[in-house]
Design a protein around this ligand. Structure first.
Ligand code: C2E
Ligand code: CA
Ligand code: CA
Ligand code: CA
Length: 279
């Protein structure tokens, strides 16, 4: 390896193809992103159906890459998982989201919840419970205001372990949400045992939602299942008023999507709220 004063370490070999070089450079940059203050969070509001006030926000990670510009998670999360850097990035996300929530709480928005996405690798960390607990303490956040979103696939990869972990988190008072529901393979038996408080219907089903379409059947079935299990239902990716009306009619509790609110930086959120009559 050769040290390059400005850009950190380079692992380039003349024999490497361009793609491998790009990946290595990206990996190198990713390890430094946090210390270079290139990571930031956007916050997407969640609304009470059909069009109530914002009840909380989901933190969504972005990477301000010095050369490539603003990167969405799809562009770097797989690499972050593969290299393990997701662990420190995930801790940064948890901490920054809680810090932001405590700032909002101090400004009077004490009813807002904060949802944080957990990656599979984070979910498997033995220190997860301690990390969550110390984060809540550090920012003086009531545990029930924090929602941890875990995908159905992650939750079902080791169902017994997930039941154990979510039970511990629930004991702390933190809420758990099963994300991207409908894309994985849930055992109904385990779903019943999982101490989650909400299900998020995957965007793919909401996208295709037409009153007569096949996905209407699937979405109705998911909502009915969630109600049976006493779970709140969140629909993500709501883009049209038809979807909004239909999901509300089916009994969906919470709506999220570009129609109602895109992911925003914190400044725009306080600005938006100050200019909304409800607040
Ligand atoms: P997700 O958790 O399912 O988040 C929803 C994604 O859908 C977000 O994409 C959001 O910007 C996008 N979205 C929201 N409403 C709409 C809509 O109406 N239409 C469309 N087309 N898209 C909508 P984003 O921010 O690019 O994040 C993608 C995924 O990356 C997330 O999916 C989540 O799995 C992951 N992710 C984001 N932030 C974090 C993080 O801090 N940690 C971890 N581990 N994963 C994260
Ligand atoms: Ca999510
Ligand atoms: Ca999702
Ligand atoms: Ca997703």
């Amino acid at each position: 390896t050769k040290h390059n004063g400005r850009n950190g370490y380079h692992f380039f070999q003349p024999s490497m193809n361009a793609l491998a070089q790009t990946q290595l450079q990206l990996m190198n940059d990713l390890w430094l992103a946090e210390s270079r203050h290139e990571l930031r969070l956007l916050y997407q509001p969640k609304f009470q159906a059909p069009a109530g006030p914002a009840i909380g926000f989901e933190a969504l990670l972005r990477w301000e890459h010095p050369q490539r510009g603003l990167l969405a998670p799809d562009a770097f999360l797989p690499l972050a998982e593969k290299t393990g850097v997701i662990i420190s990035i995930g801790l940064w996300v948890l901490n920054e989201a809680c810090r932001q929530l405590s700032e909002w709480r101090a400004a009077g928005y004490t009813n807002w919840t904060m949802a944080v996405n957990l990656s599979a690798m984070q979910f498997e960390q033995p220190s997860l419970i301690d990390d969550v607990m110390s984060c809540l303490t550090r920012h003086n956040i009531p545990p029930e205001m924090l929602i941890l979103e875990v995908t159905e696939t992650t939750a079902m990869s080791d169902p017994d372990e997930s039941v154990r972990l979510l039970t511990e988190l629930t004991r702390l008072g933190v809420k758990a949400s099963i994300d991207d529901f409908g894309t994985g393979y849930s055992s109904l038996l385990y779903l019943k045992r999982l101490p989650a408080s909400e299900l998020k219907i995957d965007r793919a089903f909401v996208n295709e939602l037409r009153a007569e379409g096949e996905d209407a059947t699937i979405v109705s079935a998911i909502i009915a299942l969630a109600k049976t299990l006493n779970l709140r239902v969140v629909a993500e990716g709501v883009e049209t008023v038809e979807q909004q009306a239909f999901l509300t009619e089916l009994g969906c509790n919470t709506l999220q999507g570009y129609l109602l609110g895109k992911p925003l930086d914190p400044q725009s959120i306080t600005h938006m709220v100050k200019h909304t009559p409800e607040h």
